[in-house]
Design a protein around this ligand. Structure first.
Ligand code: PEP
Length: 252
C-alpha cells in the first residue's frame, strides 16, 4: 500500500507570525488527518519555526529547492545537508516555476536529485507539460523525457522518492486538469517508473497531482486509482482550505 501525501508549497509567501498561526491551527486538526502524511514546504526562513512548532507531531516539512553541492562558494544557495540540519524530510525539486522562471534544466535537476538522495532527503520531483505542449499532443513525450533525464543514473534510495505531476498550465491558474487526464498521465508515469526501476518500486512510489487543487475538487482526484495525494500551492496558504484538502486525502 502506498502512502498518501498532502504537501503544502507556500512558495514565497507568509510572515513569521502567519506561519506560527498556521501551525497552531494545524496542530489542532491533526487528529482528523491520520490517514495521510502532511508535509509543509515553507520559505527557508521559516523552516526553523516549523520544526519548533510541529516537531513533536506527525507533520513533516521540506525545502522548496536545494543546491547540488554540500557546501562552498555558492552565494544565495542552500544545500541538502542544511535542509537535513533543519529537520527536513523532503525537498521539492524541479518545480515548474524554477524550470521556467529560473531557467533550471533537466541536467541541473538531475544533479539536485542526486544530492538530495545523498543527503537522505526524499525528493518530490515535479514534472509536467506546458499548454502548448499539451495542445501539440506532446504531453506524454515531454513528461517521459523529464523523468528519464531528471532520474538519469539515479537509483532512488530505499527511503524513497515522490513524483508530482503538475501540468504547468494548471499551476496557480484556477484551471485544474480533469481527473481523467491526471489519472491517465499518472498511470503513464508509473509505467515509466516500471521501465526505469521495475514493478515493485513503481508500485510503491507515491505520485501526486498538483495544479489548482482546492477543497472542492480534491475528492474527485483522490477517487482515481493512481493518484496518491496532492501538491498544493495557493490553497495551502489558508489553513482551513489546507486542512479540508488533507482531510479528504486522509479519508480516501
Ligand atoms: C504548485 O505550486 O505546486 C501548485 C500546484 O500551485 P497551485 O495549487 O496554486 O496551482
Amino acid at each position: 500500500m502506498r502512502k498518501k501525501l498532502a504537501v503544502a508549497n507556500w512558495k514565497m509567501n507568509k510572515t513569521r507570525t502567519e506561519t506560527q498561526q498556521f501551525c497552531q491551527e494545524l496542530r489542532q486538526a491533526l487528529e482528523q488527518l491520520h490517514g495521510t502524511e502532511v508535509v509543509i514546504c515553507p520559505p527557508y526562513t521559516y523552516l526553523d519555526l516549523i520544526a519548533e512548532q510541529m516537531g513533536n507531531t506527525s507533520v513533516s516539512w521540506g525545502g522548496q529547492n536545494c543546491f547540488w553541492e554540500e557546501q562552498g562558494a555558492y552565494t544565495g544557495e542552500i544545500s541538502p545537508l542544511m535542509l537535513r540540519d533543519l529537520g527536513c524530510r523532503y525537498v521539492i525539486i524541479g518545480h515548474s516555476e524554477r524550470r521556467q522562471v529560473l531557467g533550471e534544466t533537466d541536467a541541473v535537476i538531475n544533479r539536485k536529485m542526486a544530492a538530495a538522495f545523498q543527503a537522505g532527503l526524499i525528493p518530490i520531483i515535479c514534472v509536467g507539460e506546458t499548454l502548448q505542449e499539451r495542445e501539440n499532443n506532446l504531453a506524454r513525450e515531454v513528461v517521459k523525457e523529464q523523468l528519464v533525464q531528471d532520474l538519469h543514473n539515479l537509483v532512488p534510495a530505499s527511503h524513497g522518492l515522490v513524483i508530482a505531476y503538475e501540468p504547468v498550465w494548471a499551476i496557480g491558474t484556477g484551471v485544474n486538469a480533469s481527473c481523467d487526464d491526471a489519472q491517465q498521465m499518472i498511470a503513464f508515469i508509473r509505467e515509466q517508473l516500471t521501465n526505469l526501476y521495475g514493478e515493485d518500486r513503481a508500485a510503491s512510489t507515491p505520485i501526486l497531482y498538483g495544479g489548482s487543487v482546492r477543497p472542492d475538487n480534491i475528492t474527485e482526484f483522490m477517487a482515481e486509482k493512481d493518484i496518491d495525494g496532492a501538491l498544493i500551492g495557493g490553497a495551502s496558504l489558508d489553513v482551513n482550505s489546507f486542512i479540508t484538502i488533507a482531510r479528504s486525502i486522509a479519508n480516501v
